[in-house]
Each structure stands twice: as C-alpha cells, then as structure tokens.
Design a protein around this ligand. Structure first.
Ligand code: THU
Length: 139
C-alpha cells in the first residue's frame, strides 16, 4: 500500500500504541503478548490486548478487545480509519479471521492495517485482508 510520509508516521505512532498495549497482555497460557490500536474517525485512539482464559476458547484477542473498548467508550456509531496490531514476541501476527470479521463491522474498507509480518511491519488496506466478509443483506 502506498502511503504519504505523514500517513506512514501516523501509522508508526499507532503501531507504537499497539506495542504499549501488548505490555498489558494477560497471556499466561500462550505467552503471546498482543496489542491492538485503532484510530477512529473522531481522532481518538483506542487500544486493546489479548485476555486469555483457562478455558482456552474463551480467550479474547487484542483486536476484538480494542473494538469492544472503542464501542464502550465512544458509542455504536464509531468508524475505524486505521488499525495496528503488534506483539512483544517478535513474531509475524496478522489479525486472525474472527477479528477481521469483527473489525469489518466498523472499519472503513480502505483503512490501512499495519501488522508484523515475516520481513517486518506490513501495511495492507482492510479490504485486502478480508475480501468477501460475511454480510446479511436480505433480498
Ligand atoms: N491473538 C490475538 O490477540 N490476536 C490475533 O489476531 C490472533 C491471536 C492472541 C490470542 C491468544 O491469546 C494468543 O494470541 C495466541 O493465540
């Protein structure tokens, strides 16, 4: 994705917010410390982190925890204009499929998503990481 210098700098800042959020990770089972940061169209930045559970399937990912925090703080009309995901494990970690579908509810299709890939941070528009999201449009 081609970005202007100022957009890239703003995205780097958002990525740093995600890294900071990962420091609060509750991940005693996987030890995988993930943080997510969302920039909303109202200019606010909201972060989340993964919160694991002894009943593993009840774990919530960083991205979904950020989305629920954003709605809780700013209401149901929020729009997400940029997404950053980071981890403290120096591992590639694109957002999981479930989180992509949850983000789809609020994210602008062309919002940049920055995440750790094999060869450093990678940026893709949201529409590229979740083509054909589930939607319910009765005929
Ligand atoms: N995890 C996230 O926080 N985000 C993702 O997109 C995928 C995985 C968390 C869940 C779990 O706590 C740990 O990473 C290992 O799967």
């Amino acid at each position: 994705m081609t970005l202007t210098n100022s957009t890239q700098t703003a995205l780097d800042d958002l990525y740093e917010n995600a890294r900071q959020a990962a420091r609060n990770s509750y991940s005693p089972y996987s030890r995988f410390r993930v943080g997510a940061a969302l920039r909303l169209t109202n200019g606010e930045i909201v972060t989340g982190t993964n919160v694991e559970n002894v009943s593993y399937g009840l774990t919530i990912c960083a991205e979904r925890s950020a989305v629920t925090a954003a709605v809780a703080q700013f209401g149901p009309a929020i729009r997400i204009e940029a997404v950053a995901v980071a981890n403290l494990n120096e591992a590639a970690s694109p957002p999981c499929g479930a989180c992509r579908q949850v983000l789809a509810e609020f994210v602008l299709p062309e919002a940049p998503v920055i995440f750790p890939a094999e060869d450093g941070a990678r940026v893709l528009p949201f529409s590229a990481i979740l083509p054909l999201a589930f939607e319910m449009k009765p005929k």
